[in-house]
Design a binder for this molecule. Sequence first.
Ligand code: ADP
Length: 262
Amino acid sequence: MKESNHPMIQMQDVSYRYEKENVLEHINMTINEGVFLGIVGPNGSGKSTMLKLMLGLLKVQSGQIKLFGQEIGKFKDWQKIGFVSQKANSFNTGFPATVFEVVASGLTKKIGLFKFMKKEDKQKVLEAIGSVGLIQFKNRNIGELSGGQQQRVFIARALVSDPKLLILDEPTVGVDARHVLSFYGMLENLNKERGITLLLVTHDIGTISDKVTHVACMNKSLHFHGETAEFENLDTNEMSAFYGHDVHILSHEHHHHGGTGQ
Ligand code: ADP
């Protein structure tokens, strides 16, 4: 999907502190409809704090946040925003529910009610399962799936209510290293084919630069926000100074996998 100039999230001079510690400093960032944005930064750089502010889970202390053009305090259309946390897959292991039931719970909010679902709702559930590539597992017990497949189930659960924006916090934490690339590929398809705006937080700047359209780099303040190609042209020394250690921005410096063709 093409980036439009409809802002979905606007942060204006946003700062945040826990007790004495400043965690976010003067963040200005506009996230437009259509992008697949990767937000990267080292551990403790304030990424989760920023997401919590965007999701209304923390109160804005200074500056302003707008969602879909509306001041966050007045925003009511929360079904437009889907959220999948890194801990999504820790609640379920051993829980006796099928992929279909877990995804359906994103609509009904209650596992079990799926038996009484309308036909079109069942169709939505199947579509969501299909768009994360798990249709052949729809009747499997979620406990039997791999960490990466479980994470896809939780993405489908967030998709079933048809969000415009999907926010993911470190979604590859439970994903086997061999499957990370195809996991990001699945997200890329959601962006390109379903037209969902994606915001993904990660500390892994390597793999992600192949897939995302935009990158934001933060360490309490925002160091960079722009298109991926521009990010890849940044000076490696500059980035090392930012991270405080050696970094290799370009994953395809080490292993070629065909590039993105852009
Ligand atoms: P990241 O997601 O980039 O790892 P966080 O937003 O989780 O960063 O944390 C940023 C900083 O804020 C860290 O130094 C962390 O210790 C601190 N922090 C996070 N949550 C709290 C909290 N609830 N109370 C106090 N300090 C916190």
